[in-house]
Design a protein around this ligand. Structure first.
Ligand code: 6PG
Length: 514
């Protein structure tokens, strides 16, 4: 059991986790380039009654001396070179057997490089995804550690204490697999998160164009969150919450503000003031969104919903470009008001379309994880992946967890077989939602609504289970101009074995003299 640990990085995540460990009786030695940041954590520790359990250190020598052996050093740092520098500076002060627990959103390859580097000195480096945002960092996050099995075993009792707990009080943390697998699974968690957020925001946009007030949409989200396929979906539940928020603290959160105005002027709802520009990761360039999509493409995993969600986020960020194009396109193609005769029925369709898109995001994300697992031989424990996503994390979705993932992931599937599209349980839900999804997309297309993730989800399900795609023509064109080689109908078995190769070439036109 670790009775003292170091926390390197005292931002909102690291600071919150430092207090979380202190609350559990652990002495925490802080290190951060900003003394103010460390002082703020110490002040909070005092206010919260953990006096004397949190101390600051301004050099690695005294920081490492404050820890008993084997030392446990937690990183909560921005991804990239910062962690490399910290590891380099810290290594001479650590000893064989010490453990580094990297709780940042680090790229899994950086993690693997550091694991190798640390191993040269006998230091065990765990890459541990942490999910739930800064409030969960303080209250108990979902944690996703991967790496050296002996180190995982040693840190697990402490992590189990501080992690989020599911409804059965089981901790949402567990040894995920070897090497960089913990950070990999967290990266794909974020890819899924982005797919779900796109679908939810698109549904919100459609409801706005139906003429619904912000708070009325909040009521719809709250209803979606309480029952049916979107029940217990964290992103839907916070969607409800934020719909009621007003921007002055004295009158905030008052649903009753919807009552007829009695002469009092209400502060505006915060959501009505938010610009349609999704800011990017702290570095402004790279982050889990870019990485997870790059992985999908590099591993040849069709991830329509995730790819398009990422593109929507990017397009939204470049607001200046959109404004310029808006002028060039003489006002563009703004959505028109949606006149829906049966509002309740359409909202129900929208709920199913949103669920289908969230499910598609999970399917695509799991396919990326399984493919990477096969390639890197991480031996991911999928029952742990299921457990860590039960609570505390951003993609928490109780129905998907209970009904869809539990029967598959808890049976310890091999990554070779893990494609949720092969599951009859998944197929049942897709079949059930498909007509609603189609109706929503059709209506949205007719009225120029912005629904990239939802509409591409419709395409995804058609393509993923389609056996008569128009790509026969695509393939013929490639063979025509590029002697690309193709397979003929009836060659399906071979196709399964060698998906990236064709066998035949046709001379489509008479050869011209060279
Ligand atoms: C989480 C979140 C979190 C996320 C940032 C947003 O699981 O708590 O996924 O880790 O990365 O809140 O970051 P991006 O700008 O990279 O999406």
């Amino acid at each position: 059991e670790f009775t003292n640990i170091a926390m390197i990085g005292c931002g909102s995540m690291g600071g919150g986790m430092a207090l979380l460990f202190a609350e559990d009786g652990v002495n925490v030695s802080l290190s951060d380039p900003s003394e103010d940041a460390m002082d703020a954590v110490i002040q909070k520790a005092e206010n919260q009654g953990y006096n004397g359990r949190v101390h600051k250190y301004t050099d690695y020598t005294s920081l490492c001396k404050s820890l008993s052996s084997p030392r446990l050093v937690v990183f909560s740092l921005p991804h990239g070179h910062v962690g490399d520098k910290v590891l380099e500076g810290l290594t001479p002060h650590l000893s064989k057997g010490d453990i580094i627990l990297d709780c940042g959103n680090e790229h899994w390859q950086n993690t693997e490089n550091r694991q190798e580097k640390a191993q040269e000195s006998g230091i065990r480096y765990i890459g541990c995804g942490v999910s739930g945002g800064y409030q969960a960092a303080r209250a108990g996050p979902s944690m996703c550690p991967g790496g050296d099995s002996s180190a995982l075993k040693e840190v697990m009792p402490l992590l189990e204490k501080v992690a989020a707990k599911d409804k059965e009080e089981k901790p949402c943390v567990g040894p995920i697999g070897k090497a960089g697998s913990g950070h990999y699974v967290k990266m794909i968690h974020n890819g899924i998160e982005h797919g779900m957020m796109s679908a939810i925001c698109e549904a919100w946009g459609v409801m706005r164009k139906m003429g619904m007030e912000y708070e009325e949409i909040g009521d719809v989200f709250s209803n979606w969150n309480s029952q049916g396929e979107l029940r217990g979906t964290f992103l839907v539940s916070i969607g409800a919450d934020l719909s009621y928020k007003r921007d002055s603290s004295d009158q905030s959160d008052q649903k009753s503000d919807r009552q007829p105005n009695q002469g009092r002027k209400h502060p505006p709802l915060v959501i009505s003031q938010v610009l349609d520009k999704v800011v990017q990761d702290v570095t402004g360039e790279e982050g889990t969104g870019v990485w997870s999509n790059r992985e999908a493409i590099e591993l040849h995993v069709p991830a329509f919903t995730l790819n398009v969600s990422h593109a929507l986020r990017l397009a939204s960020a470049f607001r200046g470009d959109r404004e310029r194009a808006h002028k060039a396109h003489d006002g563009g193609f703004p959505p028109v008001e949606l006149n829906i005769s049966d509002k309740q029925a359409f909202i129900e369709d929208l709920r199913k379309a949103t669920y289908a898109s969230c499910l598609a995001s999970y399917i695509q994300g799991m396919n990326i994880i399984a493919k990477a697992d096969q390639k890197n031989k991480w031996e991911i424990d999928y029952s742990q992946v299921w457990q860590i996503w039960r609570a505390g994390c951003i993609i928490q979705a109780d129905y998907i967890s209970d009904e869809i993932l539990a029967p598959i992931l808890k049976s310890h599937p091999s990554s070779d077989d893990l494609n949720l599209n092969f599951s009859s349980r998944v197929a049942k839900d897709v079949k059930n939602c498909f007509p609603a999804l189609r109706r929503v997309v059709a209506k949205a297309v007719e009225t120029d609504q912005v629904v990239p993730a939802i509409s591409t989800t419709l395409e995804y399900f058609k393509v993923a289970s389609g056996t008569d795609l128009p790509t026969a023509f695509y393939e013929a064109e490639l063979d025509y101009f590029g002697s690309h080689m193709l397979d003929k109908k009836g060659d399906d078995d071979d196709n399964v074995k060698k998906p990236m190769e064709g066998k035949y070439h046709f001379e489509w036109k008479p050869a011209t003299s060279q």
